[in-house]
Design a protein around this ligand. Structure first.
Ligand code: NAG
Ligand code: NAG
Ligand code: NAG
Ligand code: NAG
Ligand code: NAG
Ligand code: NAG
Ligand code: NAG
Ligand code: NAG
Length: 725
């Protein structure tokens, strides 16, 4: 069977049930642990790593009162891993854990953790087209396999049809049939993210009349392999490790994971650990920054060897139009999923109702449209309006978080507060003032766009602040993609649930698969590029400008210019990434040098690298990364030098000169000031020194280094961030 989706599934639930049945009440103080082992010291007497792990577990002494040790040691291993990590996840008591820690080959163990996931015009907005640039150059991602680690997929979705696809690539080692029940998406999230990365062409789709058009993924000819690791019961680190372990074994080219763990160190973060193994295998690992913005330092997946995407808005507005009885017409924001008939209805202005926070008060008016002042509690207002008897509402608000994520369960249009006096004055002018409203409109080309989404999590990365994260941003707000039709796509009134094959949702979860799709296209166009090279190409060509040609703004900070802590290098630009000119490459040993420069123990480092085969003889925090972040404080040095090596990936000879914008309060020097390349793949090194000369405590300033080639055809831009601690 030649199907488009190849699936595998991992269920903690099944193993857990089995274990519970076998052990009954004896499981008292036991917990699940993820255990890392040094496979290089496995005695030769064992035929396989599973045998070795079983023998070690059987030898643990703390036998339960009713069950034999052998049965228990078999039943309580949830997974054994061999690609993402060497080791297993297992249910243990504290005593058993202590015994295990004395075993030969033991590296480290930590408790399993609950993982949270971050919840199509976007492609035109990114300038992807059939005529020029990355789509034709990559054959739309043909033969590239994107492994999506998520909630599963809705296999019957038109977005996963095989139409126009060739044979499954011969190097694919995974399952070749769809296992319908095990990987079925019961949440919608995985169907949405996987169709965003690599959905096929589907004409004439919309979300209840909004965003009408042709749906397709960023890499529409790429293959999707879905690894279901999130279940209705929750998501666990052990399941995620199992999914990534299998994806690596199957031979995927790109791994896309729209979820992350907050507040964990690198050596206990399953995504950081598994992505190291993926990176070694040449797999680009793409992840989401999280939805905990706009505060700084909230980002997850700030891991030096993977790609971290923040979320942006696009140039599209889902609109409702309000026409007052006096003829004034105002276009506002709405996603109400029906064509409500609202013609010349009473327009109600009543001071008592302005907060719109009491369904009882609202219900005293049944026929009419009430005016509400948005004050940041629009979710609550929307709810109160929906459960009341009022016909609908105009909410005076420009709250961009609501514009990005609020559900419209009643006929409501949000209009900008700049229109407040016109609307209110007209409403007050006569007791018989009226209003008409139209829904299901979509406006394109709105400005400014992109902007940084309010919710996107910001750097610096708590798990490793020394690398600037996120790396870049991609469309995440109000993205249309495929959906599971048995999961509600919208609700109207108080509890009427609506089904749809396509849904519009927001989050860095939606940004991540855009980046994964671009990476898949680049992999198809440049099969020789390493994961670091692909990331570098995407970062150094990202746009720091919006469609008004001004610096990208931040919706989380009153539309002030966005800092790289919010958007990284800027908005991903796929067509420019095809031909970046220079790349900043890095290999596994470079990341090991970085790990060796941290205050990690040998065990903590091997937990990530899986092998003691790497050398720690050259520790260095100066990773060859296409961005710069410096922390200065009163007591430390006042300058920092970075050394970088760039590889010419343009055809033939070229010469580049730097253009520097120094962060406020800092000076930047660079040497040499010309990079000359005689041929393709030649490398040149330079050093850049950032000197701090005065800034307030806690202040973040930023600038950039841009290498410009003589023909001015290519620019290779890196953001610079200076933080005064
Ligand atoms: C672009 O190419 C795809 C696939 O070949 C095709 O389905 C689509 O209609 C084309 N779009 C345009 C605007 O030509
Ligand atoms: C899938 O689940 C349904 C209902 O639970 C069942 O009837 C069917 O046999 C299952 N199919 C497979 C392939 O397991
Ligand atoms: C905003 O709404 C809340 C909850 O409805 C209310 O308690 C508060 O007084 C309102 N604030 C303003 C400034 O209107
Ligand atoms: C305003 O609304 C309140 C609550 O529904 C109602 O008691 C009051 O009569 C209204 N005022 C006017 C002028 O209609
Ligand atoms: C939103 O409206 C307020 C007035 O209520 C205004 O001060 C603010 O600048 C507006 N913000 C945006 C982003 O338009
Ligand atoms: C590592 O430990 C040393 C000594 O305890 C300390 O001076 C240094 O700041 C630490 N470095 C980091 C990156 O935590
Ligand atoms: C260790 O690394 C060396 C050099 O990279 C390689 O040749 C060797 O095969 C590696 N050994 C193991 C056991 O991975
Ligand atoms: C150094 O720190 C002290 C105390 O925090 C502060 O008063 C002073 O202004 C700082 N100096 C500089 C140069 O930032």
């Amino acid at each position: 069977m030649d199907v488009r989706i190849v699936t595998s599934s991992y269920s903690l639930l099944y193993a857990w049930l089995l274990f519970t049945l076998l052990l009954g009440h004896t499981l008292g103080e036991r917990s699940t642990y993820i255990v890392h082992m040094d496979k290089s010291v496995m005695p030769e007497t064992f035929a396989s790593h599973q045998d070795w792990y079983s023998a070690i577990l059987s030898s643990l002494t703390d036998a339960g009162p009713t069950v034999s040790a052998v049965v228990r040691s078999v039943s309580r291993v949830l997974y054994s891993y061999d690609n993402a990590i060497h080791g297993f996840s297992v249910v243990l008591s504290l005593d058993e854990l202590q015994t295990l820690q004395q075993s030969h080959g033991f590296i480290s163990a930590y408790p399993d953790r609950i993982v949270k996931h971050d919840t199509t015009h976007t492609l035109e907005f990114l300038s992807l087209n059939n005529v020029t640039g990355l789509w034709p150059a990559s054959h739309y991602g043909e033969d590239v396999i994107v492994g999506v680690i998520d909630t599963g997929v809705w296999p019957e979705s038109d977005s996963f049809k095989d139409d126009g696809m060739g044979e499954i690539p011969a190097r694919w080692k995974g399952l070749s049939r769809t296992s319908m029940n095990s990987t079925r998406d019961t949440e919608g999230h995985g169907t949405h993210t996987s169709s965003t990365a690599a959905g096929n062409y589907v004409e004439g789709v919309s979300f209840f009349g909004y965003a009408e058009g042709t749906a397709r993924g960023v890499a529409p000819r790429a293959r999707v392999a879905m690894y279901k690791v999130l279940w209705d019961e929750g998501g666990y680190a052990s399941d995620i490790l199992a999914g990534i372990d299998q994806a690596i074994a199957d031979g995927v080219d790109v791994i896309s994971i729209s979820m992350g763990l907050d507040g964990v160190t690198l050596y206990q973060d399953p995504i950081a650990i598994a992505s190291f193994a993926a990176m070694e295998k040449g797999i680009l690992f793409s992840s989401s920054a999280g939805n905990d913005g706009p505060e700084l330092g909230t980002l997850h997946n700030g891991v030096p060897w993977l790609l971290t995407s923040g979320a942006s808005t696009i140039d599209r507005l889902f609109a409702g139009t309000v026409t007052l009885g006096n003829g004034l017409t105002i276009v506002g924001y709405s996603l109400f999923p029906q064509s409500a008939l609202i013609e010349n209805m009473p327009l109600i202005y009543n001071e008592t109702l302005l907060a719109c926070d009491s369904s009882a008060l609202l219900s005293e008016n049944t026929y009419g449209i009430v005016i509400c002042k948005g004050n940041g509690s629009i979710f609550r207002q929307m709810r109160q309006i929906s459960v009341s008897k009022i016909s609908g509402a105009i909410i005076l608000s420009n709250d961009s978080f609501s514009i990005d994520v609020a559900d419209f369960s009643s006929p409501v249009v949000m209009i900008d507060p700049s229109h407040a006096s016109a609307v209110i004055n007209y409403a007050k002018s006569s007791p018989s003032s009226t209003v008409s409203m139209i829904f299901q409109q979509t406006l394109l080309g709105t400005k400014p766009a992109p902007a940084v989404a309010v919710y996107t999590s910001r750097g610096p990365s708590p798990s490793y602040p020394g690398i600037l994260k996120p790396d870049l941003m991609a469309p995440g707000s109000r993205v249309l993609a495929a959906w599971a039709p048995n999961v509600p796509a919208a609700e109207i009134g108080s509890g009427l649930l609506l089904s749809s094959d396509y849904n519009i949702i927001s989050g860095t979860s939606m940004a991540c698969p855009h980046s994964s799709g671009v990476a898949a296209l680049l992999k198809a166009a440049h099969p020789e590029w390493s994961p670091a090279a692909i990331r570098s190409a995407m970062m150094t060509t990202a746009d720091p400008w919006d469609n008004t040609l001004n610096p990208i703004r931040d919706n989380g900070y009153d539309l002030k210019p966005a800092t790289p802590l919010a958007m990284g290098s800027g908005q991903v630009n796929p067509n420019r990434a095809l031909d970046p000119g220079l790349i900043y490459d890095a290999a596994a040993q470079d990341y090991v040098n970085l790990l060796c420069s941290m205050n990690y123990t040998r065990e903590q480092i091997i937990t990530i690298t899986r092998s003691s085969n790497y050398s720690c003889s050259n520790p260095s925090s100066d990773l060859n990364y296409p961005s710069f972040i410096s922390f200065f404080s009163n007591t430390t040095s006042t300058s920092q030098e970075f050394r970088r090596t760039v590889t010419n990936v343009g055809d033939g000879a070229s010469a580049y000169k730097p253009r520097i914008i120094a962060p406020t309060g800092s000076s930047v020097t660079i040497s040499p000031t010309t990079l000359v390349f005689k041929e393709k793949f030649e490398k040149q090194s330079f050093s850049i020194t950032i000197s701090y000369s005065g800034q307030n405590k806690g202040e973040v300033s930023y600038g950039s280094l841009m290498w410009v080639d003589e023909g001015r055809r290519r620019t290779v831009r890196s953001p610079i961030v200076v933080i005064m601690e």
